[in-house]
Design a protein around this ligand. Sequence first.
Ligand SMILES: C[S@@+](CC[C@H](N)C(=O)[O-])C[C@H]1O[C@@H](n2cnc3c(N)ncnc32)[C@H](O)[C@@H]1O
Length: 313
Amino acid sequence: MSSNAHVPVLLGPVLKGLKIKPDGCYVDATFGRGGHSGEILKQLNANGRLIGIDRDPQAIASKYGTPKDDPRIELIKGDFAQLRTFISDRDLVGKVDGLLFDLGVSSPQLDEARRGFSFLRDGPLDMRMDPDSGVPASQWLATVDETDLRHTLLKFGEERHAARIARAVVAAREVAPIERTTELAAIVESAVPAAHGKHRSKKHPATKTFQAIRIAINGELEQLESALAQSIDVLRQGGRLCVISFHSLEDRIVKRFIRDASREPEPYRGMPTIPDEFKPTLKIIGRAILATADEIAANRRARSARLRIAERT
Ligand SMILES: C[S@@+](CC[C@H](N)C(=O)[O-])C[C@H]1O[C@@H](n2cnc3c(N)ncnc32)[C@H](O)[C@@H]1O
């Protein structure tokens, strides 16, 4: 497979979850390399429409996985936190039949050393999904306060050695700026005690630190919360929301959002009549879906994927 490729996870359940109508209007809010989009397009007829969004200019430029110059697809470079604006600019508010979020980073982003996402590949410590905006991780690490760093590692990485790692980063940057992925990985590795017994893990000791810094500098959880709230306006009645998350922080946000939107607020629960503005806006469709053992064997990224589906009421 080409290094530009990304194998879409939970593809079958996503296509089923979106309940695709051949002439419907679909939004792939995380276009990536178009793995899901390409398959959605195959199910649309000439009247169908697909809008792909990604904050990574390389993803948009690749158009990978989708036929070139297909008039049914439009790609937008931007944050999905601007979902409502993008959809309103196209006069599609309340008209979208399906909305997909496949969160996190794509394989090409991880594989390309110069994007700085991977502790296994030596590259500049960048980690921005959109290299045209925000600050690279190296710059953020150069100035972040030790306490803030510790909180970030705890909150976004659930890293139990957060205090040691934060202390080691601050000590290291006083000697020389931390500019490479492998430098940060080595600092983390030397800061944490060697794991024994039940704490022994196959994961690299820097896994959680990289995850936490990536989430922080890309504002990932704020983006997700904002986009989910906007999805209610964007979807038509009966329209489907499908969200694939890859770690518990994301999944918790998705699960709570869908749960809260699918029941009336406390004072109205169980009442015979409920004012329209307090009626549930979503219906939960089934339980969270995980990848099968076969899919995980073929694609390791699928091992932590969790798909939640809801329908606009
Ligand atoms: C897991 S990949 C999606 C892969 C895609 N489903 C496929 O099959 O090719 C996630 C993509 O979402 C993009 N992304 C993540 N957060 C975003 C945000 N807040 N706004 C727009 N795009 C975002 C990333 O740049 C990345 O390309």
